[in-house]
Each structure stands twice: as structure tokens, then as C-alpha cells.
Write a protein that binds this ligand. Structure first.
Ligand SMILES: [Fe+2]
Length: 162
């Protein structure tokens, strides 16, 4: 991870905290990028009776993910570091599993998304804790919003699957 040079960064967070949070945010960004690709995969490849609803819902999910990707990358820059930008770096730094381009039944697609949302929820919680330990309230605030969204969407997927 590259540090932005020649910055007189005086935002009240020490160097070590900014570095540690930025590093974790880059892993988070990697997860979001892999999720973004997977949501497209499922949006394209979903088949079956529920096609229209699930196809549309997945688009809504990847639009949200896309906004988060931008926000997370800009938060890393605000902390004085550069976001990862290469697809292979995202793949290597993500703990979400990539999936094949093949037909997915609607419910199967939702189960895959739910599992990834759970992974994201856990990761978000850990990052909120880390940010708060360092009094980085802006990062925590951003992530708390995501946490609420992932929890709500997980409930909606569970309700659909039941
Ligand atoms: Fe589309």
C-alpha cells in the first residue's frame, strides 16, 4: 500500500492509526470489488421463475456496492494512503470466493449473496471496532451505515428464502 507523499496531514489521527485503518480498508475495498463482480455474474446468469425480480434486485445491490467502493477508496485517500486499483490485488486481498459463469437458479443465487453479506457484516464489525479504537469516527460512521444496510438486506434475503 502506497503512502501519499509530501502531505502535511493534520487530521488528528496518528500515523500508525491511519496506516492500520487504511490497510484494513484496502482489504475491505478488495472484498467489495469481488462482491461487485459476483453480483454482476449472478445478475447476468440467474435463471428460472424468479428471474425478473432477482435480476433487478441484484442490480440494486451492485449499484450500492459501487457507491461503497468509491467511498471506501476516497476514505483511504483522506487517511493519506492510496487505494488498491489492480484486479489481481483485489482477488488476492479478498476473502470472498469467486464463482464460475454458469446458470444459477434464483434461490441459489440469493444463498450465495447471503453468505457473502454475512462475511461482509463480520468484516464491517471488526473494522468499526478498529476505527473506534483509534477514534476514527468518520470511518466508523461510514461503516456503521454499511453494516445497517447489509443486515437489512440479509433479513430480506432470509425472508425470501424461507
Ligand atoms: Fe443489467
Amino acid at each position: 500500500m502506497e503512502k501519499i507523499k509530501n502531505t502535511n496531514l493534520n487530521i488528528g489521527l496518528n500515523e500508525k492509526a491511519r496506516e492500520e485503518i487504511s490497510k484494513s480498508l484496502n482489504s475491505y475495498l478488495s472484498n467489495l470489488q469481488v462482491l461487485h463482480a459476483k453480483l454482476h455474474n449472478l445478475h447476468w446468469n440467474v435463471e428460472g421463475q424468479n428471474f425478473f425480480k432477482i435480476h433487478e434486485k441484484l442490480e440494486e445491490f451492485y449499484d450500492t456496492t459501487s457507491e461503497q467502493i468509491d467511498e471506501v477508496a476516497e476514505r483511504i485517500l483522506s487517511l493519506g494512503y492510496r487505494p488498491l486499483v489492480k484486479l489481481n490485488e483485489y482477488a488476492n486481498n479478498s476473502n470472498l470466493k469467486e464463482i464460475e459463469s454458469k446458470a444459477y437458479d434464483g434461490l441459489e443465487a440469493l444463498e450465495i449473496v447471503l453468505e457473502d453479506f454475512y462475511t461482509l457484516i463480520n468484516e464491517t464489525r471488526n473494522l468499526i471496532k478498529l476505527a473506534q479504537e483509534h477514534s476514527d469516527e468518520s470511518t466508523a460512521d461510514m461503516l456503521i451505515g454499511y453494516l445497517k444496510e447489509y443486515e437489512k438486506n440479509s433479513w430480506m434475503i432470509r425472508a425470501t428464502l424461507s
